[in-house]
Design a protein around this ligand. Structure first.
Ligand code: IMP
Length: 195
């Protein structure tokens, strides 16, 4: 089975294929499916934005489409950046500038607890929808550590492992991450759906 990933994020595509290939599912990019659309993320929840993206790409490609809407929710910041994680500080910032801004906003803040959230939605051309949510608790590090991953990985510290997401291998991150957990739930729901 082939699913189109409603995202231009190549690292998300690799993470998704790493997990869903075990089910014999191939996740391809929008470009491979001949789709080039920009979906406006106008929702205020991960669920709404995930559905908006998956539905738009399913309609544009005519194929089942899967979307992940994810972000980092920091307790001391009232859950920010949350659904606005990709746009935190404005569109012009890169990943490094964005996590530096987060560290700046966290100066003197307690507690430093946070969680990553991922909501996966798969929309099928017949109108069926499968949704799955995953969360990963952690803290905001005091300084960036590690070179792996993307986004806020260098400043997301996982206390039981004493490492940031950026210091984990892809397999280690998938085993505990919000997206890994959401995909496990999704996998189980999809297996049930395909029976
Ligand atoms: P989305 O593509 O609209 O879902 O935006 C998600 C944003 O949340 C990304 O651009 C990253 O900034 C952040 N994010 C989501 N998942 C991760 C992750 O696994 N590691 C680091 N940052 C992430």
């Amino acid at each position: 089975m082939k699913l189109v990933l409603a995202s231009k994020n190549k690292k998300k595509l690799v993470e998704m294929n790493g997990i869903l290939s075990q089910l014999g599912i191939e996740v391809c990019s929008e470009a491979e499916a001949g789709v080039d659309i920009d979906v406006e993320e106008t929702g205020t929840t991960f669920e709404e934005n995930s559905l908006l993206k998956a539905r738009a790409v399913m309609e544009a490609s005519g194929l089942p489409a899967i979307a992940d809407d994810s972000g980092l929710c920091v307790d001391a910041l009232g859950g920010a950046p949350g659904v606005y994680s990709a746009r935190y500080g404005g569109e012009g910032l890169d990943d490094t500038q964005r996590y530096q801004l987060l560290l700046e906003h966290m100066k003197g803040q307690m507690p430093r607890t946070a969680k990553f959230v991922s909501v996966i939605t798969c929309c099928f051309p017949n109108g069926d929808v499968i949704t799955a949510r995953g969360e990963c608790p952690g803290t905001v590090a005091f300084a960036p550590m590690g070179e792996g991953g993307f986004g806020y990985d260098p400043v997301f510290f996982v206390p039981p492992l004493k490492k940031t997401f950026a210091q984990l291998t892809a397999e280690e991150k998938n085993a505990i991450s919000h997206r890994g957990k959401a995909l496990e739930v999704f996998k189980a729901k999809l297996e049930e759906y395909l029976k």
